[in-house]
Design a protein around this ligand. Structure first.
Ligand code: 5GP
Ligand code: MN
Length: 345
């Protein structure tokens, strides 16, 4: 039995809103991951099957590693097709905001969306959502936005429109946002939803391999280099730090997505329960944090790195040099563990 956890009033309003419109745009956060792409593409697919003119508009491109997700080729990508993105959002009668909690997470798309009067619907599982949506379906306890899209469709009585393609998309998001069913999936109902998706008979093993275990040779070598030569451990504070400079990334012909799971790797070490990865991008330092147990990295990202996310997986942006960001990391160690002398392994 899958409990109807979503407020029935929100479901009713959503039903009325969808019934009353024809053109719908769906968007997600910049640097879309498996959950952002899976949830938007699944919802788009179902809405199209309902006869709606639905499109997915993303702030930037999907990484190469997620090009296998069904429907990725149909995305309207702002950084590639700015005019089409502008038109799709301006003409939409309803805008879905999936897998983010604050409008700044859609980057420059917000310049288009913010001035519009169009009604917005949030479906998301990040902590502390902003109050800028007509309908807010926010459940931080959920594994993923894909799980929430399934639950919304279930409560709306639309599961018959979840076909093999939509099921594949939802499966990818639930798989990747839980690190391969490792964390944020304690609720037994999570597996009931997976069971319901698997009944749609998509190629589960192919999707698992593509989503969890496919890397280019360059990406694998970059990760090997990062772990071998760049991982610093602070066992007394349970911490690990990996940094990669622009020059190091270029040496391994870095493509977006190549370091997606790197930040998780130090957590394999028994003494390490939180891990920070700092990557030097063109105009900022991208911060990724992961933790185990009740150590909240979303608090750390919010306080030090202008970001947020979930208790055990969070991120942010840092303006400044890589060295400055490393200094912030050392400051965090000092602030959180004032009595421990800083020494690394
Ligand atoms: P990742 O480390 O994979 O980029 O992100 C981990 C989690 O933190 C994701 O759920 C993502 O949405 C969230 N996150 C990543 N970067 C940011 C950011 O700059 N701001 C906020 N608020 N959340 C972020
Ligand atoms: Mn997510």
């Amino acid at each position: 039995m899958i409990t109807p956890i979503i407020d029935e009033k929100a479901i009713e309003r959503l039903r009325a809103m969808i019934n009353g419109v024809q053109r719908i745009a769906i968007t997600c956060h910049k640097s879309p991951d498996g959950d952002a792409l899976g949830s938007t593409l699944a919802l788009c697919h179902v809405l199209r099957r309902l006869g709606k003119e639905a499109v997915v508009v993303t702030p930037d491109m999907a990484p190469k590693s997620l090009e296998f997700v069904p429907g990725v080729r149909d995305l309207i990508v702002f950084t590639k097709h700015e005019q089409r993105a502008r038109l799709a959002l301006s003409e939409a009668q309803l805008i879905f905001c999936l897998d983010f909690n604050s409008m700044k997470r859609i980057d420059r798309l917000n310049e288009i969306v913010e001035p519009l009067k169009t009604k917005r619907v949030l479906i998301d599982h990040h902590l502390d959502p902003e109050d800028s949506f007509e309908v807010m379906i926010s459940h931080p306890e959920a594994s993923s936005t894909c799980e929430l899209v399934f639950r919304v469709l279930m409560q709306m009585g639309l599961l018959r429109f979840v076909d093999r393609m939509a099921a594949s998309c939802l499966y990818v998001g639930m798989l990747t946002d839980t690190g391969g069913f490792a964390y944020s999936c304690d609720n037994p109902e999570f597996y009931e939803i997976i069971a319901s998706l698997v009944r749609r008979r998509f190629d589960r093993i192919m999707l698992y391999n593509k989503a969890m275990n496919t890397f280019s040779a360059d990406s694998l070598r970059l990760q090997g280099y990062a772990i071998n030569e760049k991982m610093q451990l602070f066992p007394a504070q349970g911490a690990a730090l990996i940094t990669l400079s622009k020059e190091e990334l270029e040496r391994y012909h870095y493509n977006r997505g190549d370091t997606e799971t790197l930040v998780n790797k130090p957590l394999a070490i028994p003494e390490i329960y939180w891990s920070v990865f700092l990557r030097e991008d063109a105009d900022k330092i991208k911060v990724s944090c992961r933790s185990q147990g009740d150590f909240s990295v979303s608090d750390i990202c919010a306080r030090y790195f202008n970001g947020g996310g979930h208790e055990n997986a969070a991120g942010g942006d840092f303006t400044g040099s890589l060295d400055d960001a490393v200094n912030v990391f050392h400051q965090i160690l000092k602030d959180l563990f004032p009595d421990i002398e800083q020494s690394k392994q």
